[in-house]
Structures are given as C-alpha cells and as structure tokens.
Design a protein around this ligand. Structure first.
Ligand SMILES: C[S@@+](CC[C@H](N)C(=O)[O-])C[C@H]1O[C@@H](n2cnc3c(N)ncnc32)[C@H](O)[C@@H]1O
Length: 270
C-alpha cells in the first residue's frame, strides 16, 4: 500500500464523518471502487497512437512504466505491440490482471505484468522503447526522478528511445489556491474533487470523496500531483545523460487543443 497522504481537506472530512471514514491513496485497494468509477471510461487510445508513431513495428517488447490498470497498455497491445507493463501498486496490478484475463488469447500472450518501482527496477532485458504515459511522472518527487532516468538508461537497448508524455501544466494564477468540482462516476454516484495548491506552488494536493454526505463507507482518496513543466523534465533528462530527439505536442482524448508534450529521448552518444 502506498503512503496514506493526509490533506487539510481529508482531515476535516474524516473528523466530520466519524467511524464511516476511510482514508486511502488513490492507487490503493480501498480506493479501487472510486478509481474505477471515475477512470473506467478514460480512453488512452489516442495517447497510445501517438506513442506508436515512434515505435518501429517488430521492434521487440515495449516497456511501459507505471502502467496503472492499462489505460494506455491495452491500446498498445491492440495495435499489435508486445508490452511489458511495470506497476507498483498491488491494487492496480490486480485490476490490470483481471482486465487481461478478459482480453483475447493473442493480447494476453503479448503482455507481461511486472510489479516494480519505476525509480529503481532491474529487469533481465533491454528494450528498444521505454514508455511513460502522461501524468505518471507527476507522481514522482524531484528526489525520485533521477532514479527513473537511471533505471530507464539501464534498460534501453543500443539506439533505443525513452518516450515520455508530460502533461502541459496550467499556469497557476494568483488566488487560484483551491478549487473544487463535482465529478460523475460511471455508476451514477457523484464525487467531489478538491485540489489545493501547496505553498511551494509545485504540488497539488488532491482529495476525492463522495458528494453524498451520508455515504457509508465514506472513502476519502488523496494524492499529490507535482506540477512539472516540460522544460524542467527536458533539463533533468539532459542532466541524466539523454539527448532530446523530438518533442510532439498532442491533444489527449476529449481535449480540443494540445495538453500533452510527447518527449522522445535517447542516451547521449548512443
Ligand atoms: C497517473 S497514474 C497513470 C496510470 C497509467 N499509466 C495511465 O495512464 O492511466 C500513475 C500510476 O503510477 C503508479 N506509480 C506510482 N509510483 C510508482 C512507482 N514508483 N513505480 C511504478 N509505478 C508507480 C501508480 O500506482 C499509478 O498506477
């Protein structure tokens, strides 16, 4: 289970709901129902197609890090690639495996699921492509990102590429410290998403909870999202010994303008 992050909002909510309250990280087992209700329909096909333009067919397995429940992995598999999906959370992996069991034999054969930490992993294989979908690097602190870059370097085959989606961070305006919106779940249940900018202005504290005050259990999910700028990631990659090859902005599902920058990097001199 990941660290249980307490937010100011979660403290207030849990104090008011008493024994009904459950605090969990958004990728934990206790959050699985909420996560699926809000994310089940989230489509990674357009993102997978963007990655696919930079992956040679028959280039061997693609390594996807922080694969979650396979939002981008399954479309990559549908496109015919072989994918090794690495993920840290036991709950996310359990759902991933369930979805995989319902996939075709052909898709199942081309997918390997590995539990591991993207900031420190050691697989007995090198890959032509290592992929991280948009939003996933935002779960890592500055102190952990060098571990990601070093581990990726160790796992790239000669001439291989690191493909990293970086969400284009919205500029934070003064007075935008907190915001709240209601989100509909696929089940019909409604949730409140509360986002508070921490004083460092580089982290959003996220709290998601039922809009229905009498919900039992009253599951309060929390997360921290780093507001990373693409230029910062590029700088860090260069410091970690990568050269940038291409930078491609694209619009993810449901967006009318580009909200993700796809970075393609290679090991310097390789
Ligand atoms: C924003 S979600 C993205 C999931 C998936 N890639 C997608 O696009 O839907 C981030 C994922 O990173 C996983 N994660 C967090 N820290 C990790 C780590 N150190 N190593 C591997 N996965 C991690 C979380 O469990 C979660 O599944």
């Amino acid at each position: 289970m990941s660290e249980r992050i307490r937010t100011t909002r979660s403290d207030t909510l849990l104090a008011s709901v008493g024994g009904r309250g459950v605090l969990c990280g958004i990728y934990d087992e206790d959050a699985a129902d909420t996560y699926h209700d809000l994310m089940r329909d989230s489509d990674g096909t357009s993102e997978a197609q963007e990655f696919a333009t930079l992956i040679r067919p028959a280039s061997g397995p693609v390594l996807e890090l922080a694969a979650g429940t396979g939002r981008v992995t399954f479309p990559l598999l549908e496109l015919g690639f072989e994918v090794t999906a690495l993920e840290l959370s036991t709950a996310m992996i359990a759902t991933f495996r369930e979805l995989l069991e319902n996939a075709t034999v052909d898709v199942r054969k081309r997918c390997t699921v590995v539990q591991g930490d993207m900031t420190a992993f050691a697989l007995d294989e090198r890959f032509e492509r290592v992929v991280v979908s948009s939003g996933s690097i935002n779960v890592l602190d500055a102190a952990d990102r060098p571990g990601l870059y070093a581990s990726v370097r160790e796992h790239l085959a000669p001439g291989g590429r690191f493909l990293l989606g970086v969400a284009v961070a919205e500029a934070v305006k003064p007075g935008q410290g907190e915001r709240q919106q209601e989100l509909p779940g696929l089940s019909g249940r409604r949730y409140v998403l509360h986002a508070a900018l921490l004083p460092s202005e580089e982290i959003h504290e996220i709290t998601i909870y039922p809009a229905e005050e009498t919900a039992d259990p009253f599951v309060v999910c929390t997360n921290r999202i780093r507001l990373l700028k693409a230029e910062q990631v590029v700088r860090e990659l260069e410091e970690a010994g990568f050269d940038m090859v291409t930078r491609t902005p694209f619009a993810s599902a449901g967006q009318s303008s580009p909200d993700v920058l796809l970075l393609e990097a290679k090991v310097s001199g390789a």
